[in-house]
Ligand binder design. Sequence first.
Ligand code: BDR
Ligand code: CA
Length: 312
Amino acid sequence: TERIILDCDPGHDDAVAILLAVGNPDIDLIGVTTVGGNQSLDKVTYNARSVLHKAGADDIPVYSGCDRPLVRPLKTAAYVHGETGLDGVELPEPVRPLENEHAVNYLVRTVMDSEPGTVTLVPTGPLTNIAMALRMEPKIAERVKQVVLMGGGVYEANSSACSEFNIYTDPEAAQIVFSAPWEVTMVGLDVTHHALCTRDIQRKIEAEGGQTGYFMGRLMDFFRKAYQENQDFDDPPVHDPCTVAYLIDPEVLYTERRKISVELDGKLTTGMTVVNMQGPEDPEANTKVALRLDTGRFWQIVEDAILRVDSA
Ligand code: BDR
Ligand code: CA
């Protein structure tokens, strides 16, 4: 089993990542940390707690982290996720209180107190908390097993002509994370734009997934509409759970070892993930980039997990 900390900003697809992590027996979700991104920190933190409660996972602690990017102002994505950050569903009142400790302190403490190589970080929002943790305690880089993050893209973009939302929101934090001496896998839009929740997939999840399936269905209804209206998609790409699915079954993604840098002061390209795709893979690189998704395998894993979640 993989012990993970999910660092997220729920967010419709973050919510599915939470459900997947809770429902899959090979994932040991030890904590959830939150970061300002899709919506303000207070909203996404409430959402994370509420989704965990909905999923019968009140044993999992939630820590809230940074409310804005390291350098730039926060621009939320209400046009994709609505005013609450999770529009379209009734959110149950969480019962487990929010932890008092700051997410960055929690991240550092947990990684430093665990055996080396036993904690995997899964960021699915802007990388502010992870970069702060690296600055507070650089030694976490050698103790973390790996970082598997949703963000960026080689050939695809969604927030400007050449940038993806999580990286565009806090590019300085992203550059810190990619350049630290640890294993990072970038799961970007090149694969997540193929993780489309079609109506057929949604119908199956709703038919078989009980209360959790119904909950996911309502999330997808809103998400589909937002993507139809704003991004010219027929079905919504469910980005964030691609990270967790890869940890469950590495065959879900085809990856290559490539150097990745983030453009920080381009006139037109700020927030772009620049991936050197020239020549053979680079054995020296500490970063891997995901290039293809096995869509069938991915949805099988998500469906299985949704069926197992014990809804409140
Ligand atoms: C990313 O941006 C957010 O809106 C989603 O939750 C996902 O993490 C996709 O670009
Ligand atoms: Ca997200």
